[in-house]
Design a protein around this ligand. Structure first.
Ligand SMILES: [Zn+2]
Length: 127
C-alpha cells in the first residue's frame, strides 16, 4: 500500500489552499496516474449527505473529494488510476474515509477499480 510520504508533494500543494486538519472533517482524495496527481477535497461539513434541502426550499448538491479528484482525470484514463482517500486528524493521524455509497456507484461507473481508503485506525484498506 502507498505510504503517505509518497503523497507529500500533493499534500503540500493542497495545504496552500486548505487547512488539512480541521478535526478530521476534510476528506482528501488523490488519484494517481503515472506521474500525475489529481487532487480533490470535499466541501466542508457536508458528509454524509450529497444533497441537502435548505430552509429556502433549494436543493444543494455537495461534491465529495473522490468525485472532484476523478472528474479532473481524462475520461479515457479513469480505469487506470489508483485512488487514495483519507482524512487527517488534528493530531496528524489518519481516520475513516471510506467512500460513501453514492461515491462508490460513481467510481464504479467511471471505471475506477483501484481504490484505497483509511479506516478508523488510520490503516489503508481497499474497496
Ligand atoms: Zn461520497
Amino acid at each position: 500500500m502507498l505510504p503517505l510520504s509518497t503523497l507529500q508533494g500533493a499534500l503540500q500543494s493542497l495545504s496552500k489552499t486548505y487547512d488539512l486538519r480541521p478535526a478530521g472533517k476534510l476528506v482528501i482524495a488523490v488519484a494517481i496516474l503515472g506521474k500525475s496527481r489529481y487532487l480533490g477535497v470535499n466541501e466542508y461539513r457536508t458528509h454524509p449527505d450529497m444533497y441537502s434541502l435548505k430552509a429556502s426550499g433549494i436543493v444543494v448538491c455537495y461534491v465529495h473529494a473522490e468525485q472532484r479528484a476523478i472528474a479532473k482525470v481524462p475520461r479515457q484514463s479513469r480505469s487506470k488510476v489508483s485512488l487514495y482517500v483519507f482524512r487527517v486528524l488534528k493530531s496528524g493521524g489518519l481516520t475513516m474515509a471510506k467512500p460513501c455509497p453514492l461515491c462508490q456507484i460513481y467510481l464504479q461507473r467511471e471505471g475506477v477499480e483501484d481504490i484505497h481508503y483509511t479506516d478508523w485506525s488510520g490503516a489503508w484498506r481497499s474497496l
